[in-house]
Design a protein. Structure first.
Length: 382
């Protein structure tokens, strides 16, 4: 019996919408470099700005998950896209570390929570259950591709024409995404009894909560790599930092396309465990950063993340019904951002006191902790 088709018209349309959104969002992966070079920010300030984004996602992810399950997907998806485009333009007026910068970065978190949750719910609605891991992987690819294209393009534009053009570019990409979203059709179906299961229905499952705890551990490491690798690279004499994003993205896309069905066939938890160990090793490698190594570290990190994230996400979704998928996707991503936020605050203080290498030593230890929790049976216990 052949597998149900995955690349339907609706599925491809949401991937296109999310690709343009991902480009707009990924332009701000270079925010630490902009803050360090244009505003004279140190690791503590960079960590605080990053943490505000994380706080916003943590607050709004659960809300967005409930909203998209109760009221529909597309309204919140479009609201998030529009908010990202408008907040990108707001950076044209940022001239110093202050309330405007912090407020705009907070809005980025709100925009991400709304758009990612809405689009993710549409994807899970279109995906056959037996191909859920592959579907989530392709959904990630639609944004991962932009993680290389956007920072590389933004860094080139910033060097040649100034950072204002980067913010215009981000806003334009959001406008394209908003236009593409109108090719989508609402996939939300109201619960037969008019009631949608609440957050307690998700949080009451020990197995699901364990996956949230594990992804939070990996979120700490991800935040360390995306927040502090740039100022660390500048400090060791690497002026062009986009090579990390390009290598990371190329590796993550390759494994998701070439090995997309692996987790669904070989066992999702097995893949998470192996890739989680690789995750910790890649983060530890960043502690020994030197000229010529940045792209290689990005390659290893992208390989690990490209396998780990969709596999663990599929584990979390295994028992979720159609009226719970938005909440599970939201809480999973919110847990990831919780780790990112805690890491950005704590590791920023550590970088200020002990230097950047210790940031990655500690972050790698947290990754190994997440893999250890999985190995101990946490995610598999029902």
């Amino acid at each position: 019996m052949s597998a149900a088709p995955l690349l339907t018209r609706g599925f491809v349309a949401v991937l296109a919408t999310q690709s343009a959104f991902g480009f707009s969002f990924a332009c701000f992966f270079l925010l630490p470099k902009w803050m360090a070079t244009e505003l004279g920010a140190g690791p503590l300030e960079i960590g605080q700005v990053t943490a505000l984004y994380g706080v916003a996602t943590m607050v709004f992810m659960p809300l967005a998950g409930s909203w998209v399950d109760r009221f529909g997907r597309l309204g919140f998806l479009r609201a998030g896209i529009a908010l990202l485009g408008l907040s990108a333009l707001g950076f044209l007026w940022v001239e110093e570390l202050g309330p405007l910068l912090y407020g705009l970065r907070f809005l980025h978190g709100v925009a991400w929570a709304l758009a990612f949750t809405g689009a993710g719910a549409v994807v899970t609605d279109h995906a056959p259950p037996e191909r859920m891991g592959q579907a989530i992987g392709l959904f990630g690819v639609s944004m991962l591709a932009m993680n290389a294209l956007a920072p590389g393009t933004a860094e080139l534009i910033a060097d040649r024409s100034g950072w204002d053009w980067v913010f215009w570019l981000s806003s334009a990409a959001a406008a394209i995404s908003l236009g593409l979203s109108w090719s989508l059709h609402e996939t939300h179906i109201a619960a037969p009894d008019g009631q949608v299961p609440g957050l307690a229905s998700v949080l009451g499952r020990r197995r699901v909560v364990w996956t949230f705890a594990i992804i939070a551990c990996f979120g700490v490491s991800f935040g360390a790599m995306f927040t502090f690798s740039q100022p660390f690279a500048l400090a060791v004499g690497i002026p062009q930092v986009s090579s990390f994003f390009i290598a990371y993205t190329a590796a993550a896309i390759f494994v998701r396309l070439a090995l997309g069905p692996l987790a669904d066939r070989a066992g999702r938890e097995r893949v998470v465990l192996a890739s989680g160990i690789a995750y910790g090793l890649a983060v530890l490698g960043m502690a020994a950063l030197a000229p010529g190594r940045l792209a290689w570290i990005g390659l290893g990190f992208g390989t690990a993340h490209g396998l780990m994230y969709p596999s663990l996400n599929a584990v979390a979704l295994e028992d979720a019904g159609p009226h719970e998928r938005g909440k599970v996707m939201a809480l999973f991503n919110g847990s990831f951002n919780l780790g990112w936020t805690v890491g950005a605050i704590g590791l920023g203080v550590l970088a200020e006191q002990a230097g950047y290498p210790w940031v990655f030593v500690v972050a790698s230890a947290v990754s190994f902790l997440g893999a250890g929790v999985l190995a101990a049976g946490g995610a598999g216990r029902r």
